[in-house]
Design a protein around this ligand. Structure first.
Ligand SMILES: Cc1cc2nc3c(=O)[nH]c(=O)nc-3n(C[C@H](O)[C@H](O)[C@H](O)COP(=O)(O)OP(=O)(O)OC[C@H]3O[C@@H](n4cnc5c(N)ncnc54)[C@H](O)[C@@H]3O)c2cc1C
Length: 563
């Protein structure tokens, strides 16, 4: 359904079962689970889909080995299982990721876990070889049965330096274990939302629609494009607004303090020497003060992160000059011979983890687990209960959504008929891993679209099995490569614009593609994409100018890109 049709349908029939507020990964996954179980569900986001914390992650599908130290065994076990499911259900986006920890000490950190348990350690400390070895043994036991990824291995200095010659020669050991790489988190969550809407007539999704109020039996929404306000009457509200959960409750007239978010920033580094040095491995490194830094292979670039700093207003999250200096210094500790400077920064981003409000002495000690906080109509004055989804990790979105859905179905007195354990996502449906079978599939598509095999392979890499839809769209009109980025074509961009609910130019360059994130954006390309978007979405010259101004401002303020 088109945006205008959805808006009209809601205004004509404002009664719905569930309103999900916030289309980050947790809101979207809950939307999906409710919809496939027959619930009449509407999801709204005040901005674009997946534009909050879910677009600021370290791109890891991981159990979080270090959370074992906080005694979060349940969380780690669940996350490792979910990591494996993601690799199975979205193989076009999530792949096994070898992760290497360079180790500089042998015994350090042995007492961290018991001291933390006894609440006697209030600051993080570097972990040595023994502690890491114990952690990795635990980690393997959680996942051994599924065999989705290989077990860990420990290497001495000599072997590790042979594999990674640029590594700091002062290391004593290197440990390598496996996690998952979510190469395109924004696309993964958006594809989950698009699948749901396409398959379930009872599921509707709107970006750029905010919750601005609510009383008695209604919630007031505002269309951020036109300014129009309208009410819906839900039986249940799910507040999945991530770091903005308390602010959203406040708009509903409720004072809560559920979130104590911490800010994390990342850089995308364009430095071929560093990229070559890490190979296909992520490097996960702990400083003497226990702070973590990761170096992660993201296509031909290196993703570097992340910080963990208290913050009050999530809208103010920005990567600061101090964080940039810290990241650049940390790279030097792992790869001292490689010179990385400010000029190598292609892109930067920052976001806020929607962690529970806590009295922990350091941010690293705040639990990464998730909970559902129920505000009941009895004291809110509303007829509908509000479930706030606090905490959680990208990795465990499916399990969290399952819990929320079970609770919601119970409240709505609807029986669960379907599960999401094995539900494939977007281009992960009928995804072909076998090279020969994939080639056969692409040859068949070549025959009816006349697109070359090389081009189809490129589209398969980008969109998985959705290649058929993309290729069909491309073949239905005159196409040519973008003048300023030949890897993409005009009709491929047209597909994203018209089939993936793009409203603003920044939706396209920041979330439907990785053009900005991977440092591919030039001023000429931005202008070209603005013209193309105007053609496909029917913008006039005033709107084109406004979009150019809006996008340039976002790029400058949030991502350090200046033209
Ligand atoms: C720096 C950082 C690194 C991380 N790294 C990892 C990692 O590597 N692996 C991992 O598993 N997890 C990671 N996480 C955690 C993970 O990203 C988050 O837990 C998860 O994305 C939270 O998703 P969410 O849907 O709850 O919130 P969000 O993605 O923030 O979604 C909330 C949405 O609500 C919308 N909203 C707010 N107010 C309103 C309103 N009034 N009306 C309508 N909509 C509204 C917002 O626009 C937003 O889109 C990381 C997080 C951060 C910040």
């Amino acid at each position: 359904m088109k945006r205008s049709e959805i808006l009209k349908s809601i205004q004509e029939k404002p009664d719905i079962d569930v309103l999900v507020v916030g289309a980050g990964v947790n809101g979207i996954a809950t939307f999906r689970d409710l919809a496939i179980n027959g619930v009449n569900v509407l999801i709204v986001d005040r901005g674009d889909f997946v534009s909050g914390a879910s677009s600021a992650s370290s791109h890891m599908a991981h159990g979080g080995i270090r959370y074992l130290e906080n005694g979060e065994f349940r969380l780690v076990r669940e996350a490792v299982q979910e990591r494996n499911r993601m690799i199975e259900n979205a193989p076009h986006i999530v792949r096994p990721l070898p992760t290497t920890i360079p180790i500089f000490r042998i015994f350090s950190g042995l007492l961290n876990a018991p001291l933390k348990f006894l609440n006697l350690l209030d600051r993080p400390a570097e972990r040595g070889a023994l502690v890491i070895k114990i952690g990795l043994i635990f980690y393997d036991t959680f996942t051994r049965a599924q065999k989705t990824v290989p077990p860990h291995r420990f290497e001495n200095r000599k072997v590790a330096l042979k594999r990674f010659p640029a590594l700091n020669p002062k290391i004593k050991y290197a440990a390598t274990y496996y996690d998952g790489a979510i190469t395109e988190p924004e696309r993964l969550a958006t594809e989950m939302l698009l699948d749901t809407e396409a398959d379930q007539p009872n599921a509707r999704a709107l970006n750029y629609v905010s919750v601005i109020g609510g009383k008695l039996n209604f919630v007031t929404l505002q269309d951020e494009i036109t300014g129009e306000k309208f009410d819906v009457r839900p039986r249940l509200v799910i507040n999945a607004a991530g770091p903005w959960i308390d602010a959203t409750n406040a708009t509903l007239g409720l004072s809560t303090r559920l979130i104590g978010g911490t800010k994390g920033s990342h850089l995308i580094i364009d430095n071929s020497e560093l990229r070559e040095a890490i190979g296909n491995n992520e490097f996960f490194f702990e400083n003497k003060d226990g702070r973590i830094v990761l170096l992660y292979p993201l296509y031909d670039k290196v993703l570097v992160g992340t910080s963990d700093l208290p913050i009050e207003d999530p809208d103010q999250a920005r990567c600061t000059p101090e964080e940039i200096k810290y990241f650049l210094d940390m790279i030097k500790i792992v790869f001292p011979q490689i010179s990385v400077s400010q000029e190598n920064i292609a892109y930067q981003f920052s976001g806020v983890r929607p962690l529970e409000y806590s009295g922990a002495k350091t941010t690293g000690q705040i639990s990464r687990d998730h909970t559902i906080q129920v505000l009941n109509g009895a004291w809110t004055g509303q007829t509908y209960p509000i479930y706030s989804l606090v905490g959680g990790k990208w990795t465990s979105f499916r399990a969290f959504a399952e819990e929320v859905t079970d609770k919601s179905l119970n409240y709505l007195k609807i029986e669960r008929t379907r599960h999401t354990h094995d539900l494939k996502i977007g281009g992960g449906r009928n995804y072909e891993r076998r090279k020969d079978e994939r080639a056969k599939k692409l040859e068949a598509i070549t025959a009816w679209t006349k697109l070359g095999l090389g081009r189809l392979e490129q589209l398969y890499e980008r969109y998985g099995s959705r290649v058929e839809d993309v290729a069909m769209f491309i073949s239905q009109g005159k196409d040519k490569p973008l003048a300023n980025l030949v890897e993409y074509s005009e009709r491929e961009i047209g597909f994203l614009l018209t089939r993936e609910k793009v409203i603003h130019l920044d939706d396209l360059i920041l979330r439907r593609t990785h053009i900005a994130k991977l440092g591919m954006l030039t001023h000429a390309l931005l202008k070209e994409l603005n013209e193309l978007t105007a053609t496909f979405l029917g913008w006039d010259s005033a709107q084109k100018a406004a979009e150019m101004q809006r996008t340039t401002k976002i790029l400058q303020e949030k991502h350090g890109i200046q033209f």
